[in-house]
Design a protein around this ligand. Structure first.
Ligand code: NAI
Ligand SMILES: N[C@@H](CC=O)C(=O)O
Length: 786
């Protein structure tokens, strides 16, 4: 591999990511976990160091010697503390010595009137890069310091690209982690210059383009790019992918996450840019991708205190130049034959002077907002936004509709309450939810049938699309949507062989605000995918019981990841099919009640079999009948063995916060143990043994004036848990003896329902009720999506 392909990724850490010794330690951890030799790590000045250096410069210009001395001391304290806390004694001594020499020189230059602004400001990045490199070396990481003044050379304000590529090829070490100073460069005379506001982000993308890196990761204090400022709008949506064009427009229209300049070196390259949190490494990132690779999203930004200038004969080059001059991304547009520039009011004087007589202030002291959206939505959103502002008694003074956005400028401030209303009505409405359904058997097919009538009424805010269907051997995936009525025809023509890797990468590529995987398989293998699905930000709905009854360690870590990622997992149908048992238990507990006992029949299959059996028909024939009706598990022995009901009891126990594993629940089977072995055909060959077994139990029950039932019990008595499922002889008068065949019954005792139990009873199996129960989970999920 030649040098040109040695840098895989350029990482960039901003000032807040390096604000304290603990933050440096976190950054080092990220570097250890996310870099390979040859990668570059671009750093900003630690915390508020650049602001402090700017204040020092201003004090120096005002000849305030006391303030200069105070600020030098402040810098010495902050940098000194970092060195003290991070470096080992031997390295520390040298580092403190160098720092003191530099600070003394600053003080001396200030005294002699020889301080240079850019050279002074450059210290911030130099200090952080030097300290981070030393700290990494101390951790035995092959790291080296790179002073970007040797990599980025400008002549007359223009970067000398060919020369810089050459410099990078000579200086960037392919066998080390290169810690590079952000923000700074040098001119062809060798003097220090700076790259302006957000310069370090720009340094990172510039370096990536010079080194032909594959990725740039901007590690920052936000988790990515949101539909609105998440500090002001708590329902702001984090987007997984945003196209470069919209990111650029956002930067010019008030969203501060990325500067327009940052994106410019990526033009005409395939370099991938990601914005991610250095505070929450597990959180998903936002990828900024090439135009056309993702759908356009909706955003709302606010603008505060801006002026609108009309500029005669404005050129693109002048916009770039004046943006650099005032260190702010600027937006310009034409309307009614005039060309306007939106300028922060604080910089208006500078901009007007720059255009020397060609700039006129059209409107001043404006606030407002911009709504960005796919082109086809802008017109409707613009009208809707005007109505909403009107309702809030806000009259826009200036409205401009451009390609993919509408800009609404007004006298009044758009505070976070108004912004949230606008966001709710304009942005949230545009969200899309991708639905992937695994398992198209008895229940799955009915679920899809019901889906076609359900889609429109699921939520006002979201548009839900079925994008994936999965069976054990085949899958159909179409990111733009599968027709819920004609899916079978589409399946016949387009379904491919199923493998987990293809499914996960198809899900990864989905550009939807939310993804939901509905598991209606009876597959343990599929449930093992849940951790991968959660990693890909999928909400889960399960009729399948395997994940809910997996070993405690796996189950708890799954629940933890789901919570950490603010995802939802619904599994109401895994117990009691469509009966609202999980809702009821959650509700009781949320209301402060304590559940002490749940007894009942939790298997629709076994309820149906036991109630139907009167000796007139062989029990095994009833089993086949139940199987045909779609009542049983794919292999009915999962029911007869008691294992399925054991799973349900475990799910109930975990709902109550009880830590159990499957084998902690005592079980006696409703069939001879030997029949559990072998194939289904072997079982059928030996069905007489089952019939004899049942006949014998039914007879014994009869002798006790009782009936044969299969029941479960979960009891918590003074901290002691009893959990069991098995054969019972239930007295004929008992509620459990008189169920409609197929019904489940849950008899719940609690602190508040102690003498007179709360009873939930109804069909506990069947494809229609189960599919309807899954729709109830999906509906709940839609109502609870942010
Ligand atoms: N039938 C009922 O009344 C109720 C069923 N359930 C649960 O619903 C689930 C489905 O039940 P049924 O529809 O009756 O079963 P089924 O056997 O008719 O359908 C299962 C489907 O899952 C698919 N599948 C199996 N392994 C797979 C894998 N590894 N990846 C992807 N797909 C796979 C099969 O191709 C099939 O389409 C089961 O977990 C069951 O316990 C829950 C409540 C009631
Ligand atoms: N076989 C199961 C179906 C649903 O879980 C039962 O009847 O309980």
């Amino acid at each position: 591999m030649d040098w040109y392909n040695m840098v895989n990724c350029v990482h960039k850490f901003g000032g807040s990511s390096l604000g304290s010794a603990e933050r440096y330690q976190s950054v080092a951890k990220i570097i250890l976990g996310h870099t390979q030799l040859g990668d570059c790590v671009v750093v900003s000045a630690s915390g508020k160091t650049t602001d402090t250096l700017v204040t020092l410069w201003q004090s120096y210009q005002q000849k305030d010697t006391q303030a200069v001395a105070d600020i030098v001391l402040q810098l010495s304290n902050h940098q000194g503390d970092l060195i003290e806390q991070l470096l080992r004694a031997d390295v520390k001594r040298n580092a403190l010595h160098t720092l003191n020499e530099e600070l003394n020189l600053i003080a001396e230059l200030a005294q002699n009137g020889q301080l240079q602004e850019s050279a002074l400001l450059a210290h911030g990045e130099l200090w952080s890069a030097r300290l981070l490199a030393a700290y990494l070396q101390q951790l035995n990481v092959e790291a080296c310091l790179q002073d970007a003044r040797n990599l980025f050379i400008l002549n007359d304000g223009q970067l000398l690209h060919a020369q810089n590529i050459q410099q990078c090829s000579e200086l960037i070490a392919s066998n080390k982690i290169n810690v590079v100073t952000g923000f700074i460069a040098s001119n062809s005379l060798g003097d220090t210059v700076t790259l302006g506001r957000n310069g370090s982000d720009y340094s990172a993308t510039l370096l990536a383009s010079y080194c032909n890196a594959k990725h740039v990761s901007i590690w920052t204090d936000t988790q990515g790019i949101f539909s609105a400022d998440p500090r002001k709008v708590n329902k702001a949506i984090k987007y997984a992918k945003v196209c470069r064009g919209q990111a650029n427009l956002l930067a010019r229209l008030g969203n501060p996450v990325l500067h327009a300049k940052t994106l410019s070196p990526l033009k005409n390259t395939d370099i991938k840019l990601a914005v991610r949190s250095s505070y929450d490494v597990q959180a998903s990132q936002t990828d900024i991708v090439k135009e056309g690779c993702v759908k356009q999203k909706r955003f709302i930004t606010t603008l505060q205190n801006v002026d609108l200038l009309v500029i005669e004969g404005l050129s693109e080059g002048e916009v770039t130049h004046v943006s650099q001059l005032i260190q702010h991304s600027l937006h310009h547009f034409s309307q009614n034959g005039d060309t306007y520039l939106v300028v922060p009011a604080a910089s208006t004087y500078q901009v007007v002077s720059y255009f020397a007589g060609r700039a006129n202030i059209s409107e001043s002291n404006l606030n407002g907002c911009a709504v960005l959206a796919p082109e086809q939505d802008v017109n409707t959103l613009a009208l809707h936004a005007l109505d909403l502002l009107n309702l809030q008694s806000i009259q826009p003074r200036f409205v401009h509709q451009g390609d993919g956005y509408v800009l609404l400028l007004t006298d009044q401030l758009i505070d976070s309450d108004i912004l949230s209303i606008l966001h709710d009505k304009l942005i949230n409405k545009g969200q899309e939810v991708a639905l992937i359904v695994a398992g198209l058997g008895n229940v799955g097919e009915v679920f899809i049938e019901q889906l076609s009538t359900q889609l429109d009424r699921l939520s006002d805010n979201f548009s839900v699309k079925l994008v994936g269907l999965v069976r054990s051997t085949q899958m159909l995936f179409n990111a733009s949507g599968i027709n819920t009525v004609q899916w079978k025809t589409q399946w016949q023509h387009e379904a491919n062989n199923y493998n987990e890797h293809d499914l996960l990468s198809a899900i990864n590529e989905l550009d939807y605000e939310h993804k939901v995987v509905v598991d209606i398989t009876a597959s343990e293998k599929f449930s093992a995918l849940y951790t991968d699905l959660v990693e890909r930000n999928c909400h889960l709905i399960s009729a399948n019981k395997y994940a809910g009854t997996a070993p405690t360690i796996w189950y708890e870590s799954l629940c933890k990841s789901i919570t950490e990622k603010n995802l939802h997992w619904r599994y109401n149908t895994s117990v009691g099919a469509g009966l609202p048992i999980n809702f009821a238990l959650a509700d009781l507990q949320n209301s402060g009640d304590k559940i002490t006992r749940i007894e009942g029949v939790f298997s629709g299959t076994l309820s149906w079999l036991c109630s139907k059996y009167d000796g007139s028909k062989a029990f095994s024939d009833l089993v086949l009948e139940a199987q045909n009706m779609g009542f049983t598990e794919p292999d009915p022995r999962e029911d007869l063995s008691g294992r399925d009901m054991q799973r349900k009891l475990l799910i109930l126990a975990r709902e109550l916060g009880i830590k159990l594993d499957l084998d902690d629940i005592a079980l006696s089977a409703l069939m001879p143990d030997e029949l559990a072995q072998g194939s289904w055909n072997d079982f059928i060959d030996q069905k007489d043994q089952l019939d004899e077994f049942i006949k014998a139990h039914a007879h014994k029950a009869q002798l006790e004036n009782s009936v044969l039932r299969y029941t479960g019990l979960l009891e918590i008595n003074q901290g002691k848990v009893t959990a069991k499922v098995g054969i019972s002889y239930v007295a004929k008068g008992n509620a459990l003896a008189n169920l409609t065949p197929g019904d489940n019954i849950f008899v719940i005792n609690s602190q508040w329902y102690s003498d007179n139990a709360l009873v939930i009873q109804g069909p506990g199996a069947g494809k229609e009720v189960t599919a309807a129960g899954i729709h109830s989970d999906l509906y709940w999920l839609m109502q609870n999506l942010k």
